[in-house]
Design a protein. Structure first.
Length: 131
């Protein structure tokens, strides 16, 4: 059952990420310095690889969160959601902010990517505890 809920949590977070970044595509591209063509699409096409990597990373994060939840005795959807949000807001987002600060990236990019990390981890935590 752990594999099923881990994969379900990864898929849920991945779908949320697709919605998040599609809705914030223009501000994200501007903040990230991604050049766009006249249709608003990136001029550099990285192909499918970023999507594959993102999905693999979602599985890794969901798997580790499942492990941490088991060790910490996290049970129930409310605790799963709050623990996931805490992991995103207080572990993942500070690392993003640190990396972006040293790289001289805009605060807007930190907010967009940190927001995804926070809510995405919250979704993972919620889905992990649904099973």
């Amino acid at each position: 059952m752990e594999i099923v809920n881990t994969l379900a949590a990864a898929v849920a977070s991945y779908i949320f990420g697709a919605i998040w970044y599609m809705s914030l595509a223009r501000p994200w591209m501007e903040a990230a310095g991604v050049e766009a063509d006249e249709n608003g699409r990136p001029t550099q096409n990285a192909g499918a690889m970023p999507y594959v990597i993102a999905f693999i990373c979602a599985i890794v994060v969901a798997g580790m969160m499942r492990h941490v939840f088991a060790l910490g005795g996290v049970s129930g959807t409310g605790k799963g959601l709050m623990s996931g949000l805490g992991i995103g807001l207080f572990l993942a987002t500070p690392w993003i902010a640190t990396n972006y600060a040293f790289a001289g990236r805009p605060g807007k990019l930190t907010a967009i990517d940190g927001g995804y990390a926070t809510i995405g981890c919250g979704i993972i935590g919620l889905v992990l505890e649904l099973f």
